[in-house]
Write a protein that binds this ligand. Structure first.
Ligand SMILES: Nc1ncnc2c1ncn2[C@@H]1O[C@H](COP(=O)(O)OP(=O)(O)O)[C@@H](O)[C@H]1O
Ligand SMILES: [Mg+2]
Length: 322
């Protein structure tokens, strides 16, 4: 698969502050590539360099095989951007927002009109075409911003937190549209702090925090590698945890304690741990669920993605038992 974006020791400083502190990654054609991380991780900084809005401070960044320092115009022509903040023209109609943008790319009027019509149809906005943007819902504005990013039929679409602030239903609708775009072969870069979004859409992702990459890979592989198949969550008085951990130590690959919840990482099968728990004081105080990216993130950083430091956090990994 051809490489669409490649970063080598990529850096960005804002007045000496390292917002991106030397990262490496590759994005292949047709992928949905996720950049995951909490607020301030450096996600937006990475994508603004990819779409040639801010210059890089160090390292190398190529897009479509061209260096962003040398060929920004050629790169920009071939990519579409959905920025973190909506920047639609609120006083214009839905259709006009698309047509004006088409004008920036020098697309002929009849071609632009046809394309706008197709995009409005694809995003379920046909009946809103003549409405003033100010009057449509937040989810529709977001879909329109994505449509606008596609007006010039780019080869790469960059979406910076496309569903932040939307209700779950609007969010899912956008996921569905993104899946369809991916099926058509479009390469997507998606920043998000929603783990479910990353899990649902991304083929490959990097997890960033404080300007660096903590982990990278396919969501399922990362979960398997970092935490295993299942998580047992136990309500526990933190001072009691050691004896419980000792009783299951050879059946788990690690644990985390966050507040009064102990998370046990189960590499594959939970039966042995359940047997122990069912004959303990915790028989009614635990639940089992599949491991997910939130567990990976918590393990790597001691924080939830959308939360501050978890109080009483502690983590440990044991040698694999299986
Ligand atoms: N234009 C800027 N000037 C100074 N600092 C900035 C600027 N943009 C971002 N930063 C800082 O860089 C860090 C990364 O920000 P950002 O890339 O926006 O993170 P994210 O998108 O993951 O929330 C943050 O600490 C932020 O305050
Ligand atoms: Mg951001």
């Amino acid at each position: 698969m051809p490489v669409i974006v490649e970063a080598q020791n990529l850096q960005k400083n804002y007045n000496g502050f390292p917002a991106v502190a030397g990262i490496d990654f590759k994005i292949q054609k047709g992928q949905c590539f996720g950049i995951l991380g909490p607020n301030g991780a450096g996600k937006t900084t990475v994508v603004v360099m990819i779409y040639c809005f801010h210059p890089v401070s160090g390292g190398k960044l190529t897009v479509f095989g061209k260096d962003v320092n040398n060929d920004p115009r050629a790169i920009k022509k071939r990519l579409g951007v959905v920025p973190q903040e909506n920047n639609l023209d609120l006083e214009l109609s839905v259709r006009e927002n698309l047509l004006i943008y088409a004008g920036y790319y020098g697309i002929k009027k009849d071609v632009a009109e046809k394309r706008a019509k197709e995009l409005l149809y694809f995003f379920g906005l046909s009946d809103k075409a003549g409405h003033e943007v100010d009057k449509i819902s937040g989810g529709m504005k977001r879909r329109l911003t994505i449509a606008r990013g596609l007006i010039h039929t780019p080869d790469l679409l960059i979406l910076d937190e496309p569903t932040t602030g939307l209700d779950p239903q609007s969010r899912r609708l956008i996921w569905e549209h993104l899946r369809q775009l991916k099926k058509k072969g479009l390469t997507l870069i998606l920043t998000t702090h929603y783990l479910e979004e990353a899990t649902q859409l991304c083929d490959d992702l990097i997890i960033m925090d404080k300007g660096i990459i903590l982990e990278e890979g396919k969501p399922a592989d990362l979960i398997k590698k970092q935490v295993g198949a299942k998580i047992v969550e136990i309500d526990i008085e933190p001072t009691h945890k050691n004896s419980l951990i000792a009783s299951v130590q050879n059946m788990i690959s690690g644990y985390q304690l966050a507040g009064n919840t102990l998370y046990l990482f189960i590499p594959e099968d939970e039966t042995a741990v359940m047997k122990i728990l069912n004959t303990s004081n915790y028989a009614d105080a635990y639940q089992i669920r599949p491991a997910n990216l939130e567990d990976v993130f918590l393990k790597l950083t001691g924080r939830g993605l959308s939360y501050e430091e978890v109080s009483g956090y502690e983590s440990s990994s044991f040698a694999k038992t299986s």
